[in-house]
Design a protein around this ligand. Structure first.
Ligand code: NDP
Length: 309
């Protein structure tokens, strides 16, 4: 039986460590602060943001939710970011993506002070990560490394195959794995003979955004599979393709009219040595690492020593 890597438990452990750091900072009169900018009314974004604000409250981190209207201009958002950059009680600035089409998302992300870029998306932080310098790393890939390390899965010398090359997941995940001495292959939509490459992976990271894309014939038996994908499925046909005969999923689907599937087909997990389930695998780590990054930003900005994370 493959081992299920429990992301929720790992995220809870990380949050406890972050809460300890928050206490140490409080003893010095410092309260880390996170500003979350949520533009418009994207239902999924609202759910994510609620989770982030709640996590701040749970850990003693100050948070401020700013909700500009859907019609906001790039200029107004640049002014907002400039004011957040200047405010000393704000250590982290998170701009929830996606942004409406009239907003120049790149200009906005580039305007965030690299010292407050808790999503690790500023080119300065991407460069620092690449150069192996202390940096605020993107939360989801940082969470992938935490899952592997805290589960005792060796990374050094292993062949890690990352499917996906986005700036937010695939590329930084590959870089972090490389820094842990994996031999890394990055695959994308133009990769030829993908199954032959993924079949050679000791660690397979799927960050594609396509439900159940990684099928059993793409997996080496015994591999560790990290499924980053979050895909909502609503059609009965798709449901049956992934979860036919799964009573628990059937109940969720009947209740909500949808369920979540990762980028890995559930049948592919059966071949794995270990895997992260969806939901409950990588997802919970993203918020935990955001909390860790916020505390880290508070420490780095003040040249304070850091422990652990
Ligand atoms: P993007 O759409 O930005 O990137 C997808 C990547 O997958 C691209 O590099 C693309 O290649 C590649 N790809 C697409 N189709 C294929 C194919 N047929 N064969 C090989 N590669 C392919 O997505 P993200 O990186 O933002 O997200 C990936 C997944 O992770 C999504 O399901 C998303 O919801 C999830 N996610 C989960 C998070 C979490 O907290 N767990 C956080 C962030 C994302 P190319 O570059 O050539 O187009």
């Amino acid at each position: 039986m493959p081992r299920v890597l429990d992301g929720a438990a790992i995220a809870a452990a990380i949050k406890l460590e972050v809460a300890e750091e928050v206490k140490l900072l409080a003893a010095q009169g410092i309260r880390p602060g996170l500003a979350v900018v949520l533009v418009g009314n994207v239902a999924a974004s609202e759910i994510y943001v609620r989770g982030k604000v709640q996590a701040c409250a749970d850990l003693g981190i100050f948070s401020e939710l700013i909700t500009p209207p859907e019609t906001v201009t790039t200029e107004d958002l640049l002014d907002l970011v400039a004011s957040l950059n200047d405010r000393d009680e704000i250590d982290g600035i998170l701009i929830q993506l996606p942004l409406p089409p009239q907003v120049d998302a790149k200009a906005l992300l580039d305007a965030v002070s690299p010292a407050k870029d808790v999503d690790g998306l500023h080119p300065v932080n991407a460069g620092r990560l690449q150069a192996g310098r202390p940096a605020l790393a993107p939360c989801t890939p940082a969470g992938v490394i935490e899952i592997l390390q805290r589960s005792g899965i060796p990374i050094a010398g292993q062949h890690a195959v990352v499917v996906g090359r986005s700036d937010i997941v695939g590329k930084p995940a590959a870089m972090l794995l490389l820094h842990q001495n994996a031999t890394v292959t990055i695959c994308h939509s133009k990769t030829r003979n993908l199954p032959a490459i993924t079949r050679d992976a000791d660690i397979l990271v799927a960050a594609i955004g396509r439900p159940g894309f990684i099928t059993p014939e793409m997996v080496k038996p015994g591999a560790t599979i990290i499924d980053v994908g979050i895909n909502r499925i609503t059609s009965r046909e798709e449901f049956d393709r992934f979860f036919a005969g799964n009573a628990k999923r059937e109940a969720t689907f009947a209740k909500r009219g949808s369920t979540i599937v990762g980028d890995v087909h559930p049948k592919a997990f059966e071949l794995a040595g270990a895997y992260t389930p969806v939901p409950g695998g990588v997802g919970p780590l993203t918020i935990a690492m955001l909390m860790a990054n916020t505390v880290r930003a508070a420490q780095m900005r003040r040249n304070l020593p850091r422990r652990g994370l």
